[in-house]
Design a protein around this ligand. Sequence first.
Ligand code: HEC
Length: 164
Amino acid sequence: MSQNKNDPKPLPMKAITLTITGVFALVAFGFLILPAFFDSSPVGLLFHKGPAPWALDPEMQAKFQLTETQAKGRYHFLQYCAGCHGPDGRGNGPTSQTLNRRPANFLEPSPSGLKNGLSVQGVVKTLNEGLAGSQMPSFSNLPDDVKQEIAEFVDHLHTHPALY
Ligand code: HEC
């Protein structure tokens, strides 16, 4: 069977296969391999060899004795809350200067004027709802476990003020 001049040209299967493989490899590289170099991506964490990003260094861990949940909470607190509340919850973060009401000092035994309070449940409620009429935003978009971790860290701050 020889090719007739009028037959349609056969598809260049080899080139097509190569192109598809190439595109797939590029996408795989983009989505899987590149993020692996960043600890903040789930793929990156899979390959992460050093201490977890939220882990305290051994000296600090010996002092603060945070549970894993609290240590994760601290990591997120520094990320989301410290700007206003300060790294130790003293209410003195850099942004606190611009707020019309300075956030309470969480290290005080019973800071006055709190609506939901500093119990784990109270903080989770505040994170879910924000505080109407104040500049305390709602964090309801955060996953529940992250809110729980943050609340447990705030509880630790509040119940161990001498450490901070
Ligand atoms: C933009 C600044 C800002 C950020 C960011 C912020 N807060 Fe607040 N927060 C406030 C202010 C202001 C108040 C005090 C409101 C008041 O007393 O009227 C407050 C109040 C609170 C209270 C007391 C609630 C009560 O019972 O009255 C808690 C707890 C709290 N914040 C936790 C957090 C946590 C945890 C985060 C991070 C996830 C966070 N905040 C992020 C500004 C902020």
